[in-house]
Design a protein around this ligand. Structure first.
Ligand code: MG
Length: 281
């Protein structure tokens, strides 16, 4: 993508404030690569012009638009199952519509990737839910294809093997993966570095996030500052290099306390720069 370089460090930010406030925060870290989170509150039509003006003004390239939807809740594993993505039928129509709005907004900004958590993909490919998820993912892929965009799945709520088979079953060339190694740890879905090898032909982008595995009986682990969790980042970066990855290293830190978040982003940048130089990236 123009304006960003392979392995450039970026950040996911939710556009909850103005474009100016969001980009001032991003560039305050010395970063210019953004995955733009589009919260449910954002009016995509009214927000287009301010974002279109602000991105070049701050020298920022937005590499993807990240969708989240009204009603999603990551508080615990039951809430994730009940509210996230497209597994629950009552949310589907409005969320497909919202994804189309976001794809249009992203197109207006020249963004060629739209990503989200679609929700847990069942292991049983003959399950009704599996077929419904496959079919609605085709709809989302085709909506993005109309804007020459990739539709991008966040990894981690299922094993790499299940995801790989799902991608094959969807049969859409613009279906890609945003590989988030921490999610594999948080949801106990397998070893992230091994999963990266399996999914390598489909990885468009990555999140640099870290976490601790779920405590027994909880099903959902805890996100922590980059380098303080169970993701082996030096091994992850070495594997990205090995598979010929050309995208960015996008830090994601979902931390409600603003001061802690800012401190953790600084820690992440510093540690990533160290690991990058050790890996000759
Ligand atoms: Mg992520």
């Amino acid at each position: 993508m123009a304006g960003v370089t392979p392995f450039e460090i970026g950040l996911v930010l939710w556009a909850e404030g103005t474009a100016d406030a969001t980009l001032t925060y991003l560039t305050g870290f010395g970063l210019h690569a953004l995955q733009l989170g589009v919260p449910p509150s954002m009016d995509c039509e009214a927000s287009l012009e301010p974002w279109k003006a602000a991105l070049p003004q701050y020298g920022v390239t937005a590499t993807s638009a990240v969708c989240c939807y009204e009603g999603e809740d990551y508080a615990d594993i039951e809430r994730v199952h009940a509210t996230v993505g497209f597994t629950v039928e009552k949310y589907r129509a409005e969320r497909i519509e919202r994804t189309k709005q976001i794809a249009k907004f992203a197109d207006g900004l020249g963004i060629r990737a739209v990503s989200c958590h679609i929700g847990f993909i069942p292991e049983d490919r003959t399950a009704k839910l599996y077929e419904e998820m496959r079919d609605l993912t085709r709809v989302l892929c085709d909506a993005c294809a109309a804007y020459s965009q990739n539709f991008v799945l966040e990894t981690g709520q299922e094993s790499a093997k299940v995801l790989l088979r799902f991608i094959a079953d969807v049969e859409r060339p613009n279906l890609k993966v945003n590989f988030d190694p921490a999610n594999m740890v948080l949801y106990g879905s397998g070893d992230p570095v091994e999963a990266l090898v399996l999914l390598k032909d489909h990885v468009l982008s990555v999140h640099c996030k870290d976490g601790l595995p779920p405590a027994p009986g909880t099903g959902l682990g805890k996100e922590v500052a980059l380098g303080d969790g169970k993701v082996d980042f030096p091994a992850f970066l070495a594997q990205l290099k090995q598979i010929g990855y050309q995208g960015q290293l996008t830090i994601e830190r979902e931390e409600p306390d603003a001061a802690t978040k800012t401190a953790d982003v600084r820690t992440a940048i510093s540690r990533l720069n160290t690991w990058k130089s050790e890996t000759s990236l």
